[in-house]
Design a protein around this ligand. Structure first.
Ligand SMILES: [Zn+2]
Length: 437
């Protein structure tokens, strides 16, 4: 039975008064409600603490009040805006209300949540990039998330858009509120008792990113076989996911390889990764990274890797439906799902560095953007008569310049034919159309 009933009014300092509309859900720390805040009639979310450890923790409340005074590092965070007055000894805080989206944990339970699966590699990469971008900004602002886990992220399965919740655990560097992360997502030193920090966030990040791409947990394999993961002792769990953890695709230690029956996703997806992605995970989840916090991949390192992976993605229309796959080493690249070879491509070579592959149906993302600026279409039946067209779905007008100096404008909603050696000025960046990378 939820603690607060609809219609309950609670003061929120200078923000006014909230009125409870409906109960949304509850967890170990407390309950979440949909509320309106007046004056202003803003619809927001209220997190209401019921956990006695938190309610008695003065450092936690002080930190929460401090967070409310700080600007949100990224719109992806459902950032705390104000702490409420107490009702009895209980209190809560208000934050933006998210659309209803599955959390990452639901993506690992297809039997219970059949709609929680990524519809494309583009969505997976977008989700991974959004998480890295938000975390990178948080770290730059001198804070750490402390408790990254599969409940921290609400993710749209089609676009990969991300909202980050439970931001009340975030602390500035050097501050500790005594909170500990979830064991299977924590760094070894945190499981051993040290306070979480930015380096431990990076370990959790590598685990979360691997699960976005391969579903199964990176430290589950033969070593965890035969053990009931739900009823494992705290000591065993601390070893297998902390100090003794072995990545199931570790390049030096094959003792914890995925099991065909229990980690089928780790086995299935790994061969679909590019060499770059495999090498990144092998290093970011290596024994060195597990034991030495300085050896971990930062969010900004992942951003650069993921941006290149998104640029190289290939769309495919084999088998009657549209899907995509990560770049392959074969020439021409062949789809691992339907076996069809890539039919025609063009590249944008950016003057600021980097190249972007355009194939039939592929979205064009500029830099680290989460929204596409364009979409490419191939018109024509065979390779010799292929015509590629790029639609402008951004809010900027593009300028296309031909090698002869002719110029044309492509307003939002317009499109242009892609001709090798043409230059396109997208507003923020410029690129040359090329037949190869
Ligand atoms: Zn295919």
């Amino acid at each position: 039975m939820p603690f607060l009933s609809p219609g309950t009014r609670i003061t929120v300092g200078a923000h006014g008064t909230l009125t409870v509309i409906a109960y949304i859900g509850g967890g170990g720390q407390g309950e979440v409600y949909r509320v309106t805040v007046n004056p202003g009639n803003r619809v927001m979310a209220l997190k209401w603490y019921t956990n006695e450890f938190i309610l008695r923790n003065k450092a936690f409340r002080r930190n929460l009040e401090d967070l409310c005074r700080r600007p949100s590092p990224s719109p992806a965070f459902l950032w705390p805006e104000a702490v409420t007055a107490r009702v009895g000894h209980r209190y809560g805080y208000i934050m933006p209300l998210s659309d209803e989206l599955p959390d990452l944990g639901q993506y690992f339970c297809p039997d219970v949540f059949p709609d929680a699966y990524f519809r494309s590699w583009e969505a997976r990469i977008n989700a991974a990039l959004a998480i890295c971008s938000a975390l990178s900004k948080l770290h730059l602002a001198g804070m750490s998330y402390q408790d990254i886990n599969d409940g921290s992220f609400l993710i749209h399965p089609v676009t990969g858009h991300v909202r980050i919740c439970d931001n009340d655990n975030i602390v500035p560097h050097g501050v500790s509120t005594g909170m500990q992360g979830k064991v299977r997502y924590s760094a070894a030193e945190v499981i051993a008792g040290r306070a979480p920090d930015q380096a431990s966030d990076c370990m959790s990040l590598a685990i979360v990113l691997y699960r976005i791409f391969a579903v199964d947990h990176p430290f589950e394999g033969r070593n965890t076989l035969g053990r009931n993961l739900a009823s494992m002792s705290a000591e065993d769990e601390a070893h297998l996911f902390g100090s003794d953890a072995v990545f199931c695709h570790d390049s030096r230690d094959d003792s914890n390889r995925p099991d065909r029956r229990h980690q089928p996703n780790s086995l299935f997806f790994w061969p679909h990764f590019t060499d770059t992605l495999r090498a990144a995970f092998a290093e970011a989840l290596s024994r060195d990274a597990i034991t030495l916090p300085k050896r971990r991949y930062t969010a900004s390192m992942w951003q650069r890797i993921l941006r290149r992976e998104r640029a190289a993605l290939i769309t495919c229309h084999g088998g009657g439906d549209s899907h995509d796959f990560l770049s392959a080493d074969t020439l021409p690249p062949r789809c691992p799902y339907c076996g069809v070879a890539l039919h025609g491509e063009l590249w944008l070579r950016f003057f600021s560095g980097g190249a972007y592959r355009l194939t039939d149906g592929k979205a064009l993302y500029l830099q680290f953007d989460s929204e596409p600026a364009g979409r490419c279409r191939r018109i024509g039946g065979n390779r010799s008569t292929d015509v590629f067209v790029l639609s402008n779905i951004s809010s900027d007008t593009w300028t296309v310049t031909s090698p002869g100096g002719g110029r044309s404008s492509v307003p939002p909603g317009g499109q242009c034919r892609l001709m090798p050696d043409d230059t396109i000025d997208f507003g923020r960046v410029r690129a040359r159309v090329s037949q190869s990378e």
